[in-house]
Design a protein around this ligand. Structure first.
Ligand code: NOJ
Length: 530
């Protein structure tokens, strides 16, 4: 595989389809809406869009509860709309990645309807059914990721079924070969329509312990945490046999040229990297969420980049994620000044960056009034700040009512700050965060050092994070000030430099001496000379 295959050098942009662009006034974004915004995405400069699930779904978990893997939910449009979208995206040189949700279906999926109809049904074993424990209690102590027991009693057939998320999302039994075949056929259905790859939902969950042993208690559990953290997830996920499934999926994708397999995996680094698989037969990109979970601190981030680089298997391609529909937005976590530094970090690290729609216009913390809450997790475990609605609010396009997102009533409220933070306005502000993102993307495209170049940490102290990226004769230095105090530092090896970009967008082309000055909250990209 050449070093420059598209998913290695390209930038992935996640669209939460309910919130990107509504075309029919129902207040929910849709496929035609995305199509209307392809020119924006081209102008912006990304390479691939990943769309969260658009399949037929009762929407108990907003599309992550699939009732038909080979159909488009009417909320989002039709298969024809999808074909138009992919055709137009491809014509514009954009790749399209779909979300694939194999761990569970909707309880409305015909497979589950059959499975629950009787113990003798041929699809009974497609899901995970268990008798009560000998004392009549739950089969084991496994907790749902959204709180409460993960076991749901089925009155008619007198067994429990397992659901790692909502009770409306029963887990499939991936030990059953028929399930695998059906799901691989669903992948082929979309691959045949031209899809360029998949982001696979909770891929590390697919196989559970064959004996369904109790998870051990988590002695560090705090009452303000989600209930799932009461136990360490030793037996309910990340089982050795899952790697066979991941490599089978990979082989399905390999029936087609240049497709990418991305795995959603929340695990510590040493476990995460096992998902590259034996001899890289697993996921091309096991999603790396470390930047989301590490404190915004130069020393800790410097250490984490080194640990990640060291942990990667030979030939395993790195990747970095700054936000998604499940995690508080970067703007909310670090504030508007550091959000610019974060953009420079994401787009200058070695490996494929995945960015989240709306971060480029600096959407920050959005308050969701109680009556507007949509997320089932917030409803199940209220008041702990677990709700994911704040990061799912609609995109801001212009200064009109509802910011051009919809003619109707949006399904989630917009950030009330939208009148001063929307694409149209920020495009005309030369130093806006939108223009910074765009310039970073452009630079990354122009300088191979930034995408595929070698990564070398530069020792620094305090709030400064610095590293060098090198490709052939080109050496670029990235220096990021994660603090509010200005800093001065020496370029490596006595080199001098030329500033390519400042996060302030007010420098470019200046030559530097051996010493460089970083203003508060500033990031610089400097071409090293000599
Ligand atoms: C991970 C998805 O990103 C999240 O939104 C969803 O609720 C769960 N998986 C369950 O599918």
């Amino acid at each position: 595989m050449p070093e420059t295959t598209w998913w290695k050098r390209g930038i992935v942009y996640q669209i939460y389809p309910r919130s990107f662009q509504d075309s029919n006034g129902d207040g929910i974004g849709d496929l035609k809406g995305i199509r209307q915004r392809l020119d924006y995405l081209m102008w912006f400069g990304i390479d691939a869009l990943w769309i969260s699930p658009i399949y037929i779904s009762p929407m108990a978990d907003f599309g992550y509860d699939v009732a038909d893997y080979c159909g488009i939910d009417p909320i989002f449009g039709t298969l024809e709309d999808f074909d138009h979208l992919i055709e137009e995206a491809h014509a514009k040189g954009l790749k399209l990645i779909l979300d694939f949700v194999p761990n569970h279906t909707s309880d409305q999926h015909p497979w589950f309807q059959e499975s629950r109809s009787s113990r003798a049904n041929p699809k009974r074993d497609w899901y995970i059914w268990r008798d009560p424990a000998p004392d009549g209690g739950l089969p084991n102590n496994w907790i749902s990721n959204f709180g409460g027991s993960a076991w749901e009693w089925d009155e008619a057939t007198e067994q429990y079924y397992y659901n790692a998320f909502l009770k409306e999302q029963p887990d499939l039994n991936w030990r059953n070969p028929e399930v695998r075949k059906a799901m691989y056929d669903a992948l082929r259905f979309w691959l045949n329509r031209g899809v360029d790859g998949f982001r696979v939902d909770v891929i590390w969950h697919l196989i559970k312990d064959a004996e369904f042993r109790d998870n051990p208690p988590n002695l560090g559990f705090q009452p303000n945490q989600a209930e799932i953290n009461r136990f360490l997830q030793v037996y309910s996920a990340d089982q050795p046999e899952v790697h066979e499934v991941v490599s089978e999926m990979r082989r399905v994708l390999e029936e087609y040229p240049e497709r990418v397999l991305i795995g959603e995996i929340y695990l510590p680094l040493e476990r995460l990297v096992t998902y590259y698989g034996q001899n890289l037969s697993g996921a091309h990109l096991p999603f790396n969420f470390q930047l989301i979970h590490t404190a915004w601190n130069a020393r800790q981030i410097a250490a984490l980049i080194n640990e990640y680089e060291d942990a990667l298997p030979e030939g395993g391609w790195p990747n970095w994620v700054l936000g998604n529909h499940d995690q508080p937005r970067i703007g909310a976590r670090v504030g508007p000044r550091q959000a610019r530094v974060a953009a420079m970090l994401l787009l200058t690290l070695r490996g494929t960056p995945t960015m989240y729609y709306g971060d480029e216009i600096g959407i920050g913390k959005v308050e969701i009034p109680p009556e507007a809450v949509q997320d089932p997790w917030e409803k199940n475990e209220p008041g702990l700040g677990l709700g994911r609605d704040p990061q799912r609010t609609p995109m801001h396009w212009d200064g009109s009512a509802q910011s051009g997102f919809t003619r109707g009533r949006p399904w989630l409220p917009l950030d009330p700050r939208y009148p001063s933070c929307h694409v149209e306005g920020l495009r005309n502000e030369p130093t806006s965060i939108l223009m910074l993102y765009r310039r970073l993307i452009e630079l990354r495209r122009q300088h191979m050092a930034l995408s595929i170049g070698r990564y070398k940490p530069i020792p620094t102290e305090g709030d400064v994070l610095a590293y060098e990226r090198q490709h052939k004769a080109e050496r670029l230095l990235v220096a990021l000030n994660l603090g509010e105090k200005p800093h001065t530092f020496l370029l490596p090896d006595g080199a001098t430099g030329r500033v390519l970009l400042s996060t302030g967008l007010d420098q470019g082309g200046e030559t530097t001496g051996a010493q460089v000055h970083l203003r508060s909250d500033e990031g610089l990209i400097i071409a090293l000379q000599g």
